[in-house]
Design a protein around this ligand. Structure first.
Ligand code: NAD
Ligand code: UDP
Ligand code: UDP
Length: 343
């Protein structure tokens, strides 16, 4: 195999797990697939700040160079335009595998591509992990629980997913990705980690990605009505992005395979979320009801006891604290240099 390994001073991944986060240790070479996206770019910031060398692999379907541009010129940072559906040769110590559109609007845009990304893309990154002996972390999703019949959802719940529905390219894709991950672990001894991420929000989300928090925030700022789908009584639990990144890093560095739910147990109906957005941005913002999308899960709330016990992790930022941080980023991107309040 060709090799691009350089003379990095690297400790083996096996010893990394024993070093608590925050303690100084020699840099690792880490691939972040989907690293130009919303979650990935925040993860890259933390890894670079910690002193690791990061290679971002992204096809820019939903990600943007702007999300990682501040690292250009840093010798510890590299950006590769590449589609994970194609094989990739790199020499690294850890792989954070995030590449996959996350907003329903994006993943339904080309469902066959979504399932290829989840299945072939994950297979390729597991093949890479196997070849170079890297530790592999999959970002799975709460969507694997489908429209859950257990509430809140524990990792032991197997889910209630429509295999032929419009969301299945994503949720069945991620379920298969989890299966592949466990089969490479059991069959080829690859060190793996699985995170099941619940709805996450924060700065750098695409402005018009169709997800509910980004929609409501952009709508309120633009003085447009907040679009509530269905009766607005369906629930989600919203996690601020810095909490998620902390959880992903603890999971990668820790000893446990998972799967682990990473989410904020604070549960809101969409009408309650609309109210928080009104209170944060514009109490006069109107609500407009729209028909709901097909197969929309009625409720979603993580049981995070496993992550608390085994990773010592729990979210710190609640919705009322996190939302204003996202609002200032959206305000900046929507109105540029205009002063607040002039819109
Ligand atoms: P995002 O759409 O902002 O980021 C995904 C990134 O992957 C983008 O940069 C995109 O360009 C890239 N990508 C997509 N397909 C690719 C391909 N075939 N090859 C290379 N790159 C590709 O989404 P996000 O919110 O940052 O989500 C990141 C990961 O976390 C995804 O795997 C998603 O399924 C998972 N997740 C996110 C949430 C959430 O609420 N944000 C919830 C559950 C799971
Ligand atoms: N693969 C890759 N990079 C590597 C090693 C493998 O992209 O460094 C891809 C490879 O092309 C294959 C997949 O990962 O499609 C699975 O590889 P594995 O070696 O597990 O299976 P095999 O090639 O034997 O089918
Ligand atoms: N939703 C809404 N208005 C919007 C966008 C979404 O009421 O403008 C609802 C949607 O029907 C779903 C919930 O918000 O019940 C979360 O949707 P999102 O697309 O953010 O995430 P997911 O369905 O993947 O959890």
């Amino acid at each position: 195999w060709p090799t691009n390994s350089r003379s990095y001073d690297v400790v083996s991944v096996h010893s990394v797990g024993k070093i608590p986060l925050g303690i100084k240790r020699k840099g690792l070479r880490i691939v972040v697939t989907g690293g130009a996206g919303f979650v990935g770019s925040h993860l890259v910031d933390r890894l670079i700040a910690r002193g690791d060398s990061v290679i971002v692999v992204d096809n820019f379907f939903t990600g943007m160079k702007e999300n990682v541009m501040h690292h250009f010129g840093n010798p510890n940072f590299e950006l590769i335009r590449h589609d994970v559906v194609e094989p990739l040769l790199l020499e690294v110590d850890q792989i954070y595998h995030l590449a996959c559109p996350a907003s329903p609007v994006h993943y339904k845009f080309n469902p066959v591509k979504t399932i290829k990304t989840n299945v072939v893309g994950t297979l390729n990154m597991l093949g890479l992990a196997k070849r170079v002996g890297a530790r592999f972390l999959l970002t799975s999703t709460s969507e694997i629980y489908g429209d859950p019949l257990e509430h809140p959802q524990k990792e032991t719940y197997w889910g209630n997913v429509n295999p032929i529905g419009v969301r299945s390219c994503y949720d069945e894709g991620k379920r298969t990705a989890e299966t592949l991950t466990m089969d490479y672990h059991r069959g080829a001894g690859v060190e793996v980690r699985i995170a099941r991420i619940f709805n996450t929000y924060g700065p750098r989300m695409c402005l018009d990605d169709g997800r509910v928090v980004s929609n409501f925030v952009a709508q309120a700022l633009r003085k447009e009505p907040l679009t509530v789908y269905g009766d607005g009584k369906q629930t989600r639990s919203f996690q601020y992005v810095s909490d998620l990144v902390e959880g992903l890093m603890r999971l990668m560095e820790g000893e446990h395979v998972g799967p682990f739910n990473l989410g904020n147990p604070g549960e809101f109906t969409m009408l309650e979320l609309a109210k928080v957005v009104q209170e944060t941005i514009d109490p006069e913002a109107k609500i407009e009801y729209r028909p709901n999308t097909e197969d929309d899960p009625h409720k979603r709330k993580p049981d995070i006891s496993r992550a608390k016990e085994q990773l010592g992790w729990e979210p710190k930022v609640d919705l009322r604290k996190g939302l204003p941080l996202m609002v200032s980023d959206f305000r900046q991107r929507i109105f540029g240099d205009q002063k607040e309040g002039t819109t």
